[in-house]
Design a protein. Structure first.
Length: 277
């Protein structure tokens, strides 16, 4: 992390809200000297504290780290078009969920970065109790319309994957095509939180775009906001879970009307049961 850059962003946003260093420190339960050190560039806030700081300052973790919000506006624009940008066919990862943890009861599912809601609605239609969020309000609007049309209930809400931390327990946490928008600085803390808020024997079905030197990135408008993962990085966060699937795939894509290739790591992992814990 660039301490000078983060400190200047914190200072600017704090002042815009009319907060003193002391006031911000009190809300964070730290000393005002710590805030002063951040702002003068001599120290960094702990990574675990970034989501809390972002919440108080009315911003996002990515913004504190200096990443732009271009991808948000890009998807707002894309989702405002006619039809469904990603179509209505559920991602193959949804079928992994069906096979690995079938809905013998209404398992609680969290869909991180649901876009226009096709996967969340598919899971709800198959008997899961689904909560789903996205940062793009235009996508959520279409997702709610889709759920209503299909006749299922999904708890849709707006949140940023980089800043959201569960406050309840889920049986399944699902995410497809989103984790490259989460900066490397907060990934460990995010996945610790997701794992902690997963019930015993719970399932995670997650994929992440991987950087490969022989695959040229598509210039599709979101390039600067992507923080592609290293090969195998996703799997390392689950060393203490049972792997049901851990694969890497290269595939063709035509999103944005630009033919290109992607590499993706795909994980399906299960937490230990209550007896094993």
């Amino acid at each position: 992390m660039d301490s000078g850059k983060i400190g200047s962003i914190i200072a600017a946003k704090r002042k815009a809200l009319g907060l003193t260093q002391q006031a911000l420190a009190e809300r964070l339960h730290i000393s005002f000297q710590a805030v002063s050190k951040w702002e003068n560039g001599t120290a960094n806030p702990d990574i675990e504290m970034l989501p809390q700081i972002a919440g108080i300052l009315g911003t996002t973790t990515d913004a504190l780290l200096g990443y732009s919000a271009a991808a948000v506006s890009i998807y707002e624009a894309r989702y405002q078009g006619e039809g469904y940008y990603w179509g209505l066919v559920p991602n193959r990862l949804c079928y992994e969920v069906l096979m690995k943890k079938p809905p013998v009861k209404p398992w609680r599912v969290l869909d991180i970065g649901c876009g226009e809601g096709k996967d969340a609605v598919f899971l709800a239609r198959n008997g899961y109790m689904v909560s789903a969020f996205d940062v793009a309000e235009a996508g959520l609007s279409k997702a709610r319309a889709l759920a209503e049309k299909v006749g299922v209930h999904v708890d849709f809400f707006r949140a940023d994957a980089a800043d959201y931390r569960p406050d309840g327990e889920f049986d399944i946490i699902y995410s497809s095509g989103v984790m490259h928008f989460v900066s490397p600085a907060v990934r460990g803390e995010l996945f610790d939180s997701l794992k902690e808020h997963t019930a015993p024997s719970g399932l995670h079905a997650i994929n992440a775009f991987v950087e490969k030197p022989f695959i040229r990135r598509a210039d599709d408008g979101e390039r600067k906001d992507r923080k592609l993962w290293k090969s195998g990085e996703l799997f390392m966060y689950y060393h203490d879970w049972m792997f049901l699937r851990a694969d890497e795939e290269i595939f063709d894509c035509n999103s944005g009307g630009i033919p290109h290739k992607h590499c993706m790591d795909i994980l399906v992992a299960q937490k230990a049961s209550a007896q094993e814990i």
